[in-house]
Design a protein around this ligand. Structure first.
Ligand code: GDP
Length: 209
């Protein structure tokens, strides 16, 4: 099963600042998350392209904003991973400086996919991201990744716990379980991207996954 729009994603460019981004027109959805959360794997599965996110992992590009064009109006954007488990203020600052302009000022940015490992509670930086996007009124959809690493019960429990937090404190955000390995949750994330990209799929899948 492939998505007619995202399977067409092709690498466009990598830039360090807002000024160098493509024209601020059409629709963009950006992907962010702590390094190792499974962002590259998710992007590869969402676009049905094994090596897509490798492009943004090549040396020199890991701290850049990486653009993938799906059609002339719609782009997926791979943002730099933001540091490892332990909160590192320096990494956080560097990440914020490099990207704050893009996230704060990009008009065509319609939503942010935030990736978090389903086995761990949100990190301090994840919460900073949720606070920040809430202030900006930028919709967020959390992928609780690597859901295949937990049994169904505990995975669901972690999802419900996060959904409760979002409902109470971050109503601009939604969440789902996701596994790149098992392709779990793929239709759900495609539907969210379609909504933000204002894209109508020719034939919608009826399966829950
Ligand atoms: P990134 O740093 O956020 O881009 O993370 P990667 O996509 O490179 O994934 C980090 C590690 O987690 C790699 O070893 C992946 O193989 C593994 N991984 C990513 N997604 C999944 C998943 O859905 N299930 C499992 N079991 N492992 C995953």
């Amino acid at each position: 099963m492939q998505h007619p729009l995202y399977q067409k994603a092709t690498y466009l460019k990598s830039v360090p600042t807002l000024a160098l981004c493509p024209e601020d027109e059409g629709y963009e959805v950006a992907f962010a998350g702590r390094s190792n959360a499974g962002k590259s794997s998710a992007l590869n599965v969402i676009t049905s392209q094994r090596g897509l996110a490798r492009t943004s992992k090549t040396p020199g590009r890991t701290q850049l904003i990486n653009f993938f064009e799906c059609d002339p109006e719609r782009r997926l954007v791979d943002l730099p991973g933001y540091g490892f488990a332990k909160v590192n203020i320096k990494i956080k600052r560097a990440w914020e400086e490099g990207l704050s302009e893009y996230i704060e000022k990009r008009k065509c940015l319609k939503g942010l996919i935030l990736l978090m490992d389903c086995r761990m509670p949100p990190t301090e930086i994840d919460l900073v991201m949720l606070d920040w996007t809430q202030d900006l009124k930028l919709p967020v959809h959390v992928l609780l990744t690597k859901s295949d690493k937990l049994k169904k019960g505990p995975a669901k429990a972690n999802l419900l716990k996060l959904q409760k937090l979002l409902k109470e404190e971050y109503p601009h955000a939604s969440a789902q379980l996701f596994s790149s390995l098992k392709r779990e949750g793929l239709t759900q994330v495609w539907n969210k991207l379609d909504e933000w990209m204002d894209y109508e799929r020719p034939v919608k899948e009826n399966k829950s996954d």
